[in-house]
Design a protein around this ligand. Structure first.
Ligand code: NI
Length: 169
């Protein structure tokens, strides 16, 4: 947070299945896994392209969170399916050590392409929908603290919930 590249609108990707794209995705996966994140957007590693990845495996610590298949989503378009929103805690690899309570649409459709150019079109809800909204915000220069409605619900992990593991996005 504070790097001007995180505040820009990222560019559309023009060419799929290129060596450059596969190298970018490998770098993004390495970064996400090394930092134990559930999602990552290309601008977070300094590449201003509309490319995100996310993946949520089943975790016994969070039995209510559904798993999300490993997904590469390029040039995404989000369409909320209702006005309903819900608050949930989020962290971000670009805002390390902190968390905040963020409203997100509960149900949405997302469309885009994978790394080979195949169409992705899914209707999702809950945590899956939250992660996608968080990552797509990165493509428009928005960091989650900008969406917190009450800044009393923003702070350091250790102060707000000592000992609890938080997965960043
Ligand atoms: Ni993030």
């Amino acid at each position: 947070m504070g790097d001007a590249r995180l505040l820009q609108r990222a560019d559309e990707l023009r060419a799929f299945d290129t060596a450059e794209l596969h190298a970018l995705l490998a770098d993004m996966r390495d970064t996400m896994h090394a930092l134990n994140g559930v999602g990552l957007a290309a601008p977070q590693i300094g590449v201003s392209l509309r490319v995100i990845i996310f993946e949520v495996s089943r975790n016994p610590r969070y039995p209510e969170a559904e798993s999300v298949p490993q997904t590469v989503l390029i040039n995404p378009v989000l369409t909320p399916l209702s006005d309903a929103m819900e608050d949930g805690w989020e962290g971000c690899l670009s805002v390390p050590g902190m968390r905040g309570l963020v409203p997100r649409y509960t149900q949405l459709r997302y469309q885009g392409h994978d790394q080979y150019g195949a169409i992705i079109d899914r209707t999702v809800s809950g945590f899956h929908a939250r992660v996608v909204q968080h990552e797509c915000d990165h493509l428009d220069g928005i960091l989650y603290p900008m969406r917190i409605r009450d800044l009393r619900n923003f702070g350091f992990n250790e102060a707000m919930s000592p000992g609890e593991e938080v997965q960043d996005e």
